[in-house]
Each structure stands twice: as structure tokens, then as C-alpha cells.
Design a protein around this ligand. Structure first.
Ligand SMILES: [Zn+2]
Length: 468
């Protein structure tokens, strides 16, 4: 090739490249699997942006952009889209404490003290009824209720937690799922030693799952020996798993521990090393300043369960104080046997109002804080704030659309206030978890709703008969 030819060829190549780059600039759109848009996008990002006429672009399991609808449409071409001009688009709600399978015990006994309720009804009913099949149908019922109500992640403690994980995956729901370890014969293990062995197998099976974070769940200080609690922590740390536990739910729990060892449950667990690793502590109603200093120093996340605490008359957790100290606090409905539903809209509303009335201060827990607790705050409790809890590029695509075309949504002055004080779980219209739509127009896409409801009615008859 002579010099002239080489120059001509080089010029032709450059010309071709220029042409390609011009063409791609003209259609510089990136691809996305989904664009979801709404009248308001509540991001819960660090700036707490609320975007009017906003949209979210999703590729695979993740969010790739959050912006105005015009900006998203200019940047992305999506294979599918969902536009809801009369709705709020928000992060999926995060439940930091429940027992989903106990949905089958909903309303079995109400208006009792926790100890009576547990010892006279729940423990006997569990001993006679809880099996893998019970847990499968109970969890399906729980996941159905949670997804239809906008909860995309739940934190669970129960028996046969491997079956809970299977049911959650079937529902397409994210879960931090703790296998319960308790110091008396349980439906899935005769001794704590058996229970620890069961838990280890479970952790090994689900440790790298896309939707499930397997966890170790010693029921409480008062239901386990010190040795079991230490072994549970060691097991959790060997697998990099979180530990979930009930803590200082009732005054009795504190009084008993103070009488026994002259320390609070929080101080005892700390001295046993139970907080040496990721921990989620449910309730923390009866914690004092020294306890809160420990929770803060050990980065323990707190699951506040206002409806359950009110119904069982357990007391009022010092949520405002914990938040001021920088402790991560999320929300949980607790078990549907005590609450009696799995409704984070209700928990947001209750959390705000319970602090206000207790402190005689309407500013004690504002709407924005309640919504934060149900989203990014809950993610912090679980140590998952880099993955879920807000609508930001790079995060997992867990989102909900809440309708604004019903009487309880009009007029609208402030979308955040509306979410906490006016909108209901029934207003949730569409839900996506990990990039996959699981609720569309108020209908579940992943589970057989009619079969689940029919089976729940069958269990009611069986459980009632077992208690006679
Ligand atoms: Zn609980």
C-alpha cells in the first residue's frame, strides 16, 4: 500500500467512525428494562428529594437512574414502562421485625398480657400445629398481605425458616430470615444444640441467595441459656449472618433480669458478647440511658413495633431519644398473631402518634422521620443501606406505586405527609422487588391468592380443634 492509498484509507476509516459517533449521538439513548413514572417520586436519598413528574429507570435487578420523567425519557429507551400520573412512587417498605407464618394464628386470642398470651395460647397452638406445611402456607399468606401492602423486605423469626425462605422466594419477596433458637423443645428441634445444627445447615443453603439473607434468631435472653446465646453469636459470625433477637419488650423481662443478675437484659447480652456482630433487636421498650449507650456503641439496629407494644400494653419505646443518639431504628408489625396484621402504613402512622402523645409534643416524631424509619432507616437497621431503602442509581430495584385517586388522597399538599397520615396499605397499586414486578394494579402476580385464602380458612378450623 503506497502513502497516498494509506492516507485515503485512513481518511475513510475516520469518516466512518465520525459517522458512527454522529448516529449514536443522535440516538444516545441507553437501554433499560423498565421505566416507572409517577406524579411524585419520593426518593429517600441523602437529600430527601421528592421529584414532581418523576421516573425511575431499571435495568436487571437494579435502578440505573432517578430523575424527572422528561430527563429519564431523553436518556433511556425501555423495553416496558408503567406510567401512573395519579400516584406516588416510593422505595419499597422495609419490615424489621415479624413472624410471617403466624398469620395463621391471626386473632387466636386477643386482649391478654404477653406472658398469658404466649403460655396459654401461642406455645400450645404452636406445639400442636407448626409443621413445614403450616409454615409454608402461613408465610405465603403473610407475603401476600405484605406485598399487596407495599412491604418489599421483611425480617422474620420463626421455625422451619428454610421453608419461610422458599415461600418468600416463590413470592418474589426480599427477606432477612432468622431461624429461631429457643431453650425448650421447638417444632423443628428438640434441643438448642439440634436447633444450632439446623440453623447452620440453613445458613449454608441460603448464604449466597439474591433475595434471602439468612439469619440466626435466638428468641430472647429469657428463653435461652448464656451458652446458647454465645453459640448463636459465634455461628452467625462464622457465616457473616445477622443475629435477630427480642430485647426488653416487657417490664417483667427487665425486672426478672435485674433480680437475677442486677443487670438489664441489654447489659447482660453485651457482657455475653451477643452484640459483637450485626444485630437487630426487636422492641427495646424498657431500655435506659446506659442501655442505649451500649446499643449505639455496638451499632445494634432497633426494630420498633408500635402497634404490638400498644396492643400488649408493653410500654412506649424511647424512639425519639434513640434516634437523637444516632441509633438506627426501623419499624415492624411484629407477628400477625399479636398485632393482628402486617401493615407498615399503619406502623408509620402509629410510630409518629405514639411518640407525640407520650411526650405531649406534636413534633416528637414528624411524618418525614416515620417514612424514613420504614425505608432507608429500616435498611440501616439491617445493615443493607447500600443496597435497599431509597431510590438511587445502583441500588436494588425495590419500588412501590401508591394511588392518589381516592378520597383519602385528595387534596394533596405534601406527598410525605400523605404517605404517613392519609394513605393506606390498600392504596398500593404496583410493586417491584429486585427488578421484577410482583404486584400489578393491586393484583399479586407471583402467588395463588385464592388457594392461599382457602387454605388459611382450613387451618383456622384445624387450629381451633387442636386447642379444645
Ligand atoms: Zn416478635
Amino acid at each position: 500500500m503506497n502513502g497516498e492509498n494509506r492516507r485515503r484509507k485512513t481518511a475513510a476509516v475516520y469518516g466512518f467512525l465520525l459517522f458512527v459517533s454522529l448516529v449514536s449521538t443522535a440516538s444516545a439513548q441507553q437501554t433499560a428494562d423498565w421505566i416507572w413514572s409517577a406524579r411524585y417520586v419520593i426518593t429517600e436519598d441523602p437529600q430527601h428529594r421528592v421529584i414532581e413528574n418523576g421516573a425511575v429507570a431499571i435495568r436487571g435487578e437494579r435502578i440505573v437512574a432517578v430523575d424527572t420523567r422528561a430527563a429519564i425519557d431523553a436518556r433511556f429507551h425501555a423495553a416496558q414502562r408503567l406510567d401512573r400520573p395519579e400516584a406516588i412512587l416510593a422505595p419499597g417498605l422495609i419490615d424489621t421485625h415479624t413472624h410471617a407464618a403466624m398469620s395463621l394464628f391471626r386473632g387466636i386470642a386477643d386482649d391478654l398480657k404477653l406472658q398469658d398470651w404466649l403460655e396459654k395460647y401461642i406455645f400450645p397452638a404452636e406445639a400442636k400445629n407448626v409443621s413445614p406445611e403450616f409454615v409454608r402456607w402461613g408465610t405465603r399468606l403473610g407475603c401476600l398481605e405484605m406485598l399487596l401492602g407495599g412491604t418489599t423486605t421483611f425480617t422474620d423469626m420463626y421455625y422451619f425458616e428454610d421453608v419461610v425462605a422458599e415461600a418468600a422466594k416463590e413470592a418474589g419477596m426480599r427477606g432477612v430470615l432468622g431461624e429461631t433458637i429457643i431453650g425448650f423443645p421447638a417444632p423443628d428441634a428438640k434441643t438448642p444444640k439440634d436447633s444450632l445444627a439446623f440453623t447452620e445447615k440453613y445458613l449454608a443453603r441460603f448464604r449466597n441467595d439474591r433475595l434471602i439473607v439468612p439469619a440466626v434468631a435466638p428468641h430472647a435472653l429469657y428463653t435461652n441459656s448464656d451458652e446458647t446465646l454465645k453459640a448463636a453469636r459465634a455461628l452467625a459470625n462464622r457465616y457473616g449472618a445477622p443475629l435477630v433477637i427480642h430485647l426488653s419488650e416487657t417490664k417483667k423481662e427487665n425486672d426478672d433480669e435485674l433480680a437475677k443478675r442486677h443487670t438489664t437484659p441489654t447489659q447482660t447480652l453485651d457482657s455475653l458478647g451477643v452484640f459483637n456482630g450485626r444485630t437487630v433487636a426487636a422492641h427495646c421498650v424498657w431500655v435506659n440511658e446506659a442501655d442505649m449507650a451500649i446499643l449505639r456503641a455496638r451499632h445494634v439496629g432497633v426494630a420498633h413495633c408500635p402497634s404490638s407494644n400498644m396492643k400488649l400494653a408493653s410500654g412506649v419505646a424511647p424512639v425519639t431519644r434513640m434516634l437523637a443518639l444516632g441509633i438506627a431504628v426501623g419499624l415492624g408489625p411484629d407477628g400477625p398473631a399479636s398485632n393482628n396484621d402486617l401493615n407498615l402504613f399503619e406502623e408509620m402512622d402509629m410510630a409518629a402518634k405514639l411518640q407525640k402523645v407520650t411526650r405531649m409534643d406534636p413534633q416528637a416524631l414528624p411524618a418525614a422521620t416515620a417514612l424514613e424509619m420504614a425505608t432507608i432507616g429500616g435498611a440501616r437497621v439491617l445493615g443493607m443501606e447500600k443496597e435497599i431503602g431509597s431510590l438511587e442509581s445502583g441500588k436494588r430495584a425495590d419500588l412501590i406505586i401508591v394511588r392518589l385517586d381516592r378520597p383519602n388522597a385528595e387534596p394533596l399538599y405534601d406527598p410525605v405527609s400523605q404517605m404517613v397520615y392519609a394513605l393506606k396499605a390498600e392504596d398500593v397499586r404496583d410493586v417491584m422487588v429486585n427488578g421484577k414486578p410482583v404486584v400489578r394494579d393491586g393484583r399479586i402476580l407471583t402467588l395463588d391468592e385464592a388457594a392461599i385464602l382457602a387454605r388459611a380458612a382450613e387451618y383456622r378450623a384445624k387450629i381451633s380443634a387442636s386447642l379444645k
